[in-house]
Design a protein around this ligand. Structure first.
Ligand code: GLY
Length: 420
């Protein structure tokens, strides 16, 4: 009798059984993995290219005060907590990785170019003052005294000495090294399907066929978080992509003792478009960013580059002399209320660390600590509790979530703490 060999594919390989599988290797996934490993949990992380995605494009402004928006007072509380933790976080991470993360206490100047911008900045200033934040109104002349390269037409501005910067690419590289040193296992493959067993998330199957069963699974895939097969329906539309195009220019070398081209982050709203220029220690000047709701498109367009350079030229005419070294586009993970989704989903065993929208780099320290705490103890720290995914559920009490406060109705306790 002839035996026909079976033609079915070999069974997928199974990799370990970590306590935690993190899906996504941007700064949020990496910090979650690093902090969870620091709590004694065994951790694996799946991402084909850790440090890519929105992390690779981001400018890295830590702009809790200058990016304050009406109705986002609860988010402001979390942003301030994270901003305050940055110095210690940077020190700890730099020690763990042996790498610098470009944390620079440079402050920010937000300027106005015309009467409309000026009125808008005045309103922002009033909101900042009402919120107990440190922000000083300057005349155009005072702005130019601080940054002489600014256009003569600058009409006034806000000096915010507490809004600093970090370099997202260096931050990701340092987190990657710190994770490796802490024993995090990396799977350089895309998570394809969330595995669910007996009504509980139980890891993921990867595009290379590997199955990674895990005690707890963290979805930290930025704007792609809702696209993972097997993710519960109610979570699929919570995160949407918001495209940002960003340019990188090279700053001129200045002789020692001479003033820098720009000494701090400068930002403005030009014709309704937010614009920022972030000068880095390493000689890079980041110019960003467009904000476009175009689905998954990450094309760098002539129009996007033109608008950024046109607006930046109005703010700093000398910018056109600088070498343009890079243009790129990424997708911010937008959420319905612009605030992150942190902690347990309704599906047992599944956690979210996504939806950080414009604040991923700023919220990296507080997210890592909050996620490690909930993974290790089952309980979120107080500052993270308003941000559980349960706030979008019809019955938020079930998961202990608190709906995000209605616009302007709450003064968060964090504001009573020392200001940034
Ligand atoms: N936080 C800056 C941006 O999202 O463009």
């Amino acid at each position: 009798m002839t035996v026909t060999p079976a033609t079915t594919a070999p069974p997928p390989s199974v990799s370990g059984h970590p306590d935690v599988l993190v899906i996504g290797g941007g700064v949020i996934g990496l910090v979650t993995a690093w902090r969870a490993a620091g709590r004694g949990l065994t951790v694996a992380l799946a991402d084909p290219a850790p440090g890519g995605g929105a992390t690779y494009v981001a400018a890295g402004m830590l702009a809790a005060v200058t990016e304050l928006h009406y109705g986002e007072q609860t988010l402001l509380g979390l942003n301030l907590v994270s901003a305050r933790r940055y110095p210690r976080f940077a020190e700890e991470l730099e020690e763990a990785s042996g790498q610098r993360i470009g944390y620079r206490r440079c402050g920010t100047l937000a300027v106005a170019l015309d009467a409309d911008d000026r009125a808008h900045l005045r309103e922002l200033h009033a909101l900042q003052v009402r919120s107990g934040l440190d922000s000083q109104w300057l005349t155009g002349r005072e702005c130019r005294r601080l940054e002489p390269i600014l256009a003569p037409g600058v009409r006034g501005g806000l000096r915010v000495d507490g809004d600093h910067q970090a370099d997202p690419r260096r931050l990701a590289s340092a987190l990657l090294t710190a994770c490796e040193r802490a024993g995090v296992v990396f799977h350089r493959s895309r998570a394809e399907r969330l595995m669910v067993d007996g009504g509980r998330a139980s890891g993921a199957r990867l595009a290379d066929g590997t199955r990674v069963p895990a005690g707890q699974t963290v979805l930290a895939a930025g704007s792609h978080s809702g696209r993972l097969a097997g993710v519960p329906e109610e979570l699929r539309s919570l995160v949407r992509p918001v495209k940002g195009q960003v340019l990188r220019l090279r700053l001129p070398d200045v002789p020692p003792g001479s003033p820098a081209f720009l000494s701090r982050t400068v930002r403005a709203v030009v014709r309704g478009n937010p614009l920022y220029l972030v000068p880095r220690e390493n000689g890079e000047l980041v110019v960003g960013a467009t904000s476009e709701e175009l689905g998954w498109d990450t094309t760098v367009t002539a129009g996007g580059v033109y608008e950024l350079l046109r607006d930046a030229h109005e703010l700093v005419p000398g910018i056109t002399e600088l070498p343009l070294v890079e243009s790129c586009a990424g997708l911010r993970p937008g959420s319905p209320d612009n605030a992150p989704l942190l902690g347990p989903a309704e599906l047992p065993g599944l956690h979210l660390a996504t939806g950080h929208f414009r604040n991923g780099v700023l919220l990296t320290p507080v997210t890592g600590e909050a996620m490690a705490e909930v993974l290790a103890t089952g309980s979120l720290p107080e500052e993270a509790r308003p941000f559980t995914p349960a706030r979008f559920s019809p019955t938020p009490e079930r998961l202990g979530g608190t709906p995000v406060t209605a616009p302007g109705t709450e003064r968060p306790r964090f504001l009573e703490e020392q200001s940034v």
